[in-house]
Write a protein that binds this ligand. Structure first.
Ligand code: SAM
Length: 247
């Protein structure tokens, strides 16, 4: 997603996010507490009625869910660049729990979010969804946060099953390359990037479609573009899924 250069875009999104939190937390708690998919539905319903830009919505989540479900070994650790209000982080937490069983202890989602206010809202939504034990939001530039997670041993070498890239386009390639440099991928890890066609991430697409940095890199990708379909027949933007085939 790359509309950050548009005047006032981030400020407007933040105002909308604050209103969304007020609305969702005013709904009957028993309908949402501990129910990740209902929390996501409530956020999406607010977005449809009142406007809330930037969500990674359900048709796209379902596309990635199918990819995650096919991975062996089962995915356990996800890092996300760009968490905003937490929709996708909640989805990854719910999916990891569904795939690994609700008593799995070694699953974790790290949502990396630049803006403290958005991180705070995401944390509230994650708590409402009952996923606070397995989904953490880390505030700051994602590149710094990932380096800290590796230094702290929370994300281990070869220990990352999916990186989800959904922040600003100018960081897509450098942050994917940081994952390579930190050696967190294993063979079969996936990098999933949103909005690679619209607004577009041409440099990222070129990089993964050619397989990565073939001259200097150690990681090689095979990449495919997936086109989610919405229930109303509309065509959301594409999702790029790149599988690490050599590491
Ligand atoms: C498209 S939104 C993410 C949407 C989110 N994945 C969801 O499904 O609701 C992009 C987010 O990336 C954050 N962001 C931008 N640059 C970042 C960076 N360098 N590190 C971490 N987060 C960043 C923005 O503050 C914004 O909240």
């Amino acid at each position: 997603m790359s509309l950050d250069h548009v005047d006032g875009f981030v400020e407007r999104a933040q105002t909308q996010a604050v209103a969304m939190r007020r609305h969702v937390l005013s709904l009957p708690a028993e309908q949402l507490r501990g129910r990740p998919w209902d929390v996501i539905a409530a956020i999406e319903a607010f977005a449809n009625d009142q406007g809330l830009a930037m969500l990674f919505r359900r048709p796209k989540i379902d596309v990635v869910r199918r990819v995650l479900a096919a991975l062996r070994p089962r995915p356990k650790v996800v890092v996300e660049f760009g968490t905003f209000v937490g929709t996708s982080a909640i989805a990854w937490g719910a999916i990891l729990r569904e795939l690994n069983g609700s008593d799995a202890t070694d699953i974790h989602v790290y949502g990396l979010e630049l803006e403290p206010k958005m991180a705070e809202i995401a944390t509230d939504m994650i708590r409402l969804a009952g996923l606070e034990d397995i989904v953490s939001v880390v505030v700051g530039p994602g590149s710094e946060s990932l380096q800290n997670l590796v230094a702290e041993g929370k994300v281990r070498p070869g220990g990352l099953d999916m990186v989800f890239i959904d922040h600003w386009e100018k960081y897509y390639v450098p942050d994917l390359q940081l994952c390579e440099k930190l050696k967190v991928f294993h063979k079969g890890s996936i990098a999933v990037a949103d909005n690679t066609d619209i607004p577009g991430a041409p440099a990222y697409l070129e990089y993964v479609k050619k397989g990565g940095d073939l001259e200097n890199g150690t990681v090689r990708y095979e990449s495919r573009t997936l086109y989610p379909e919405a229930a109303d027949g509309s065509r959301p933007s594409a999702v790029e899924v790149s599988t690490v085939v050599e590491v």
